[in-house]
Design a protein around this ligand. Structure first.
Ligand code: FAD
Ligand code: FES
Length: 253
């Protein structure tokens, strides 16, 4: 993990309320695994805390982070111009370890699709992916090509304006049995992950399932405990350092 002063190469809108910023790093940071994240400065001294964003793509010394305009920090980010320098801490967290899995179901909703896209991008051609990706509506849809490159893509939208009407978890279970998987990876809002965990348990699905959690963060490096989550055995884990990826059975959602 390094703290670097990166140069903004591009910062552009890719869908309604979603932007992608590409940063050129001044030096290599070693291998970055899909599911790892970066802590990025907003580029304004009035925001002392960096924002955690999943690493969406790595291209040589360039990394791309996609962000949804949410509060003041991400809105400020949208005004960042190419050539500006931003402090970034990366790579953080553990990322998805696919092990030997060959047929992988990818279930993503909201900003959770960004780290998942990095996994598909890294292993496309080597492993077979079937991606179930949910958006609020078609105007929010992005990165479809990235997911298609990995294999079959099923899109769901809350309002039915693109693909099936529903969310990514519903899309996965409505297709259940048509494909066989040896691993499920997922990232999305807590309500989505809770629904996934409940339905996997209700159906007695034994396939290993890894989920990436999102918690408010302070330091991003395991020191402040702001990001603590409860594990199923009653202990606590730090999402930034012990995660953000956990086995779904291991954490309380
Ligand atoms: C591991 C991880 C990966 C993430 N990856 C992405 C991604 O790829 N794209 C994306 O759009 N969003 C991602 N998020 C969520 C993103 O960090 C927040 O949306 C963002 O920090 C909001 O900042 P803000 O200033 O606009 O919002 P504000 O609400 O004004 O933020 C105030 C403070 O709360 C923190 N905060 C607010 N919401 C969240 C949240 N959901 N998670 C963590 N901290 C939060 C902010 O970092 C900031 O310190 C990720 C979060 C985590 C923990
Ligand atoms: S954000 Fe400080 S310990 Fe995780």
């Amino acid at each position: 993990m390094k703290e670097l002063l990166a140069t903004v190469k591009e910062n552009k809108k890719i869908a309604e309320g979603i932007w992608a910023v590409t940063l050129t790093l001044p030096e290599p940071v070693g291998k970055i695994r899909g599911g790892q994240f970066a802590d990025l400065s907003v580029g304004d001294g009035s925001f002392p805390l960096k924002r955690p964003l999943g690493i969406c793509a790595v291209n040589g010394d360039d990394i791309t982070l996609c962000y949804q305009l949410k509060g003041d920090g991400t809105r400020k980010m949208a005004s960042i111009k190419p050539g500006e320098k931003l402090s970034v801490l990366l790579p953080l967290g553990n990322g998805f370890d696919l092990g030997e899995a060959k047929n992988i179901a990818v279930i993503g909703g909201g900003v959770g699709i960004f780290p998942l896209a990095a996994v598909v991008r890294e292993y496309a051609g080597e492993r077979a992916f079937c991606s179930y990706i949910g958006f609020r509506g078609k105007e929010y849809a992005c990165l479809l090509d990235e997911f298609s490159r990995g294999g079959r893509l099923v899109v769901a939208t809350d309002d039915g304006s693109m693909g099936m009407k529903g969310n990514a978890v519903q899309a996965f279970f409505s297709d259940y049995g048509n494909e066989s998987f040896d691993l499920i990876i997922s990232c999305g809002p807590p309500v989505m992950l809770r629904a996934l965990k409940a339905e996997l348990a209700a159906r007695g699905v034994k396939t290993r399932c890894l989920v990436s959690l999102e918690e408010r963060m302070g330091c991003g490096i395991g020191a402040c405990l702001v990001c603590a989550c409860k594990k199923s055995d009653g202990s606590n884990a730090r999402v930034c350092k012990d995660g953000p990826v956990f086995d779904i059975c291991e954490v309380e959602l």
